[in-house]
Ligand binder design. Sequence first.
Ligand SMILES: Cc1ncc(COP(=O)(O)O)c(C=O)c1O
Length: 447
Amino acid sequence: MTLAEPRTHAIVPNDLEPYWMPFTANRAFKKSPRLLVRAKDMHYYAADGRKLIDGIAGMWCCNAGHARDPIVAAIQEQAAELDYATAFQFAHPKAFELASRIAQLAPGDLDHVFFANSGSEAVDTALKIALAYHNVRGEGSRVRLIGRERAYHGAGFGGTAVGGIVPNRKMFGALFAGVDHLPHTYNREQQAFTKGEPEWGGHLADELERLVGLHDASTIAAVIVEPMAGSTGVLPAPKGYLQKLRAICDKYGILLIFDEVITGFGRLGCAFGAERYGVVPDMITFAKGVTSGTVPMGGVIVRKHIYDAFMRGPEHVVELFHGYTYSAHPLACAAGLATLGVYREEKLFERAAALEPTFADAAMSLKGLPNVLDVRTVGLAAGIDLAPSPDGIGKRGFAAMEQGFYKEDAIIRCSGDTIALTPPLIVSAAEIEDIFARVARVIRAVA
Ligand SMILES: Cc1ncc(COP(=O)(O)O)c(C=O)c1O
């Protein structure tokens, strides 16, 4: 074979080797692949024809369920009408329409939307806007960013730096200078088996005062937190915590960013977690649920004063040197508009709120099963901590995910030894019972 000859074996569809899978145990997967080939509403279909219940809304994203007709039609029509339009110096109408619709859903004066293509890009965009905002206002000394232990803010360099999940960070060098972290809010002794926001832990927001004392407010640009830390295993904000963070940020002129990539679009029974907690952050990042996972999209909603701060200088000059080729992609905008239509017509956010007690009760029924150390719930999200197996951290969690797929026809997510359950918001009460019954059998099987 000459160098120029194509290596045709690499494009044979059943060759599993060339695809380096993200956040996946590649070798284990390729020995025993879990292939999903079709999805509809609450279910996936595996390559062997089995119908599996989706316990995790794809990956916290398919809030309207799978392959919903209005969303599918909108994407198909958009692809035929306008496949792509540059977002730099040109635009297409649906970008404005979607920005307006998202701004209407956001609380307070969060009324301008910057589009990206993923949660990671949304987070990096928000961090860059925070730094640039202080810069344009003549406070360029505010360069520090504060994240939180156990946080997940995506896989970009900025998001990784403010994130706080150790394996996601430790291989990647010094990351981003000038980042500090608040402590995480989880304490099993104080909070185990709590439904909703724990009573204990609101005081941990005061740690921000300590960081201000250490670094001085004049060096701090922004604080970023998830209203409910999802990827680390569902840690709801303790009572009063987010309100206190808001007050401290106000006191020192620090921007508060809520990363609502998971909590946005109904997961907590409201359009955004900000609404549930009655706190208006300066920016909200979103992704996932905005298109119900159908077409990649993310973005940042900013308060009016942030947008206005940039609207100065000669009018022909670009105000923010940031953006992506696919910002406000026509397919994503069409999918987003159709998705928001489904959420509104089917009242899915209200549905999530109404189902929260049923979901929490079903989750708590797992208490007492072998190895269950804690169950946490908020909205339609549950985290179930299992005791690690003596063979190694993460082994029991991995076995649970496999057991779910092969034996219980259920897609569940495990990070380490924590099972996370976050079904589409169209889930019925009977399906909630069914999912937790399957998970109970999984937990027994991996004991
Ligand atoms: C809170 C949060 N921020 C950011 C991200 C990154 O999103 P993406 O995977 O779309 O880049 C995630 C993904 O789960 C997330 O949970």
